[in-house]
Design a protein around this ligand. Structure first.
Ligand code: IMP
Length: 209
């Protein structure tokens, strides 16, 4: 059977389909790139779960396929959970219409400004990823993954994207931007959510036979 992954991002597609695999046999993972006529779903929920559910259900209805959607972002305790669901566009007002890389940098610089006077002990944060699988009528499966860290006061590292350069993982003594992709996948919020969803998906597929 075909399962649609609700993304046009080839990196995310590869990560999701590789980690979820095809242990029960017969799954073909396809991305939104195969469905260019489906209009983009607006992510206007108040939580990652709301956005992931809305995307999974909407794209499943539009495509007729089981659809896996995710939503993720950064929660900073000292900012009462900001940037949260606004992570991707936190500084977008200051840089309208800019490219992704510039906006990513503006986003983390805005965070650093807001945390300027916040002491180290209060700079705790986490990335959260919510995954949702739906068919045309209902949510079938969900899983949430997190990774805990601390926001440092200057960017470090060149890898990754988004807030990776300021997200320091004390256990590894590195920022997420100082990690190789495969190492980040092993500890990341997205990796953790996928590892939780996988046994549920395998069981669901077996029960459908
Ligand atoms: P999305 O759910 O992939 O659209 O992610 C939303 C936003 O959250 C991204 O644009 C980033 O700003 C931030 N984000 C999500 N995951 C990560 C990550 O692994 N590293 C850094 N930033 C992330």
């Amino acid at each position: 059977m075909k399962i649609l992954v609700a993304t046009t991002n080839p990196g995310k597609m590869e990560e999701l389909s590789m980690l979820l695999g095809d242990s029960t046999g017969g799954i073909e993972w396809v991305s939104l790139r195969n469905f260019s006529r489906i209009p983009e779903v607006v992510e206007d929920g108040n939580t990652f779960a709301e956005n992931a559910r809305k995307k999974a259900l909407s794209y499943a209805k539009a495509s007729g396929l089981w659809t896996l959607a995710d939503d993720s972002g950064l929660i900073i305790d000292a900012l009462n959970g900001q940037p949260g669901v606004l992570s991707a566009r936190f500084a977008a007002d200051e840089y309208p219409g800019t490219d992704r890389k510039t906006l990513d940098k503006a986003n983390y610089q805005k965070v650093l400004r807001m945390l300027k006077d916040v002491p180290d002990s209060q700079r705790t944060a986490r990335f959260i990823c919510h995954l949702c699988l739906a068919d045309e009528k209902q949510i079938l499966l969900e899983a949430t993954g997190t990774v805990e860290g601390v926001i440092i006061d200057q960017p470090r590292g060149k890898n990754g994207f988004g807030y990776d350069p300021i997200f320091y993982i004390p256990l590894l003594n590195k920022t997420a931007a100082q990690m190789e992709n495969h190492a980040k996948n092993r500890i990341s919020h997205r990796g953790n959510a996928i590892r939780k969803l996988k046994p549920l998906l395998d069981a669901l597929l077996v029960s459908q036979r």
